[in-house]
Ligand binder design. Structure first.
Ligand code: NAG
Ligand code: NAG
Ligand code: NAG
Length: 342
């Protein structure tokens, strides 16, 4: 195992500092704190896009094993297809697909699924991240349906938008969007791992490191823990019994990274989803409980129960509709070559 050079470590701290420069008061403490956590996560997300009503501090997941280092994979041409099919067809197809046989093991790809409201403000950073790794990833973008702008044909995000519907944070329309992304991504047999990201996510390692880490892992990274507090067990509705009992009930960060098997399980679940749609209403937030509880119910042995996306919950409280600071893109772009080793 190769040890990360000290300079790189400092660049990680510096990157964090720059990233949070818009929140000056807590930046230093946060950076020092994150320094320990960054190396245990693959992605970092600014919490503006998570549920503003529930930004309570979450217990920290146990640290993951350090990422492996491997030679970069050989780039090959991407084979992304798109066609006009209805939502039901897509969901139906994903459900009908045999779970494991559909996988093309010879050439696993990672499906990067962006759940955004509008455009991707950090797309130049992602372009840099993906560059040279064509054929080893697929991209899917779910936006607000009113958003119809297409990036230039040279962009990795060109024609990657999937048919989308309006999403309300914390409501079941959010889960529908996540299932829509998964269903589309499952249609590509080479997709082995499925990562859900927001428009404010940044990768913390280069493509090779993340690819290797994820494709080598047999477990999924979906946050799932039993929170005894009011914001955890307190949100359980006894009407869910006997389908879901209090001992099944889990909580977790919305941003996940899962295997194909778990993705297929999630897309094909109708039973538990119906229970959640009916009984998980504010102050219960479906995106914080449904997937973590579902996976705990149907395939607990496939989950590591922790996420690889570091979410900054430190600001707490509610801060609706604060826009991501475009000014952070510039410093991030300057740091990217050091961060990603390019
Ligand atoms: C698996 O993917 C490789 C590379 O894209 C392709 O050449 C091969 O035909 C695929 N195999 C199957 C069974 O689809
Ligand atoms: C995750 O939690 C489930 C129970 O909720 C357990 O069965 C499983 O072993 C846990 N995974 C790990 C890696 O500890
Ligand atoms: C990716 O980053 C790792 C360290 O995190 C480094 O060892 C490796 O050389 C980098 N790979 C590329 C292709 O830049």
């Amino acid at each position: 195992m190769k040890k990360e050079p000290t300079t790189l470590r400092y660049i990680h701290i510096l990157g964090t500092v720059v990233f949070f420069s818009s929140v000056s008061s807590i930046v230093i403490l946060l950076a020092l704190y994150l320094n320990q956590r960054l190396k245990t996560s693959l992605f970092l997300v600014d919490d503006v896009s998570s549920n503003p009503l529930t930004s309570h501090s979450l217990p920290l997941p146990p640290p993951p094993p350090p990422p492996h280092s491997l030679p970069p994979p050989l780039p090959t041409p991407s084979s992304f297809r798109s066609s006009d099919v209805t939502e039901e067809e897509v969901m139906g197809r994903a459900v009908a697909a045999p779970r494991d046989t559909m996988m093309n093991e010879t050439h696993p790809k990672i499906a990067f699924m962006f759940l955004t409201r509008w455009n991707l403000p950090l797309s130049p950073l992602w372009e840099m991240f993906f560059k040279g790794h064509e054929g080893f990833y697929s991209i899917y973008v779910h936006t607000s349906p009113e958003f119809t702008e297409e990036p230039p044909a040279s962009s990795v995000f060109y024609k990657k938008r999937i048919p989308s519907k309006t999403v309300e944070w914390g409501k079941s329309s959010m889960m529908d969007a996540e299932k829509r992304l998964l269903s589309h991504a499952l249609r590509e047999p080479s997709n082995a791992r499925f990562v859900l990201l927001s428009e404010t996510c940044i990768p913390l390692f280069n493509f090779t490191t993340i690819y290797t880490y994820l494709t080598r892992s047999t477990l999924s990274f979906l946050g799932s823990f039993d929170d005894p507090r009011r914001v955890g067990r307190g949100r359980y509705n006894p009407k869910m019994f006997p389908h879901v009992s209090l001992s099944d009930w889990r909580k977790g960060n919305q941003w996940f990274e899962i295997s194909r098997r778990v993705a297929a399980e999630i897309v094909s679940d109708r039973r538990y989803y119906a229970v959640f749609e009916e009984h998980c209403r504010a102050p219960c937030y479906i995106d914080e409980h449904y997937l973590s509880t579902l996976v705990n119910k149907i395939c607990p042995e496939m989950n590591s129960n922790r996420t690889v996306t570091w979410v900054d919950w430190s600001r707490g409280g509610s801060h609706p509709a604060r826009k991501f600071h475009v000014s952070t893109l510039d410093p991030l772009m300057k740091l990217a070559p050091y961060l990603y080793g390019i």
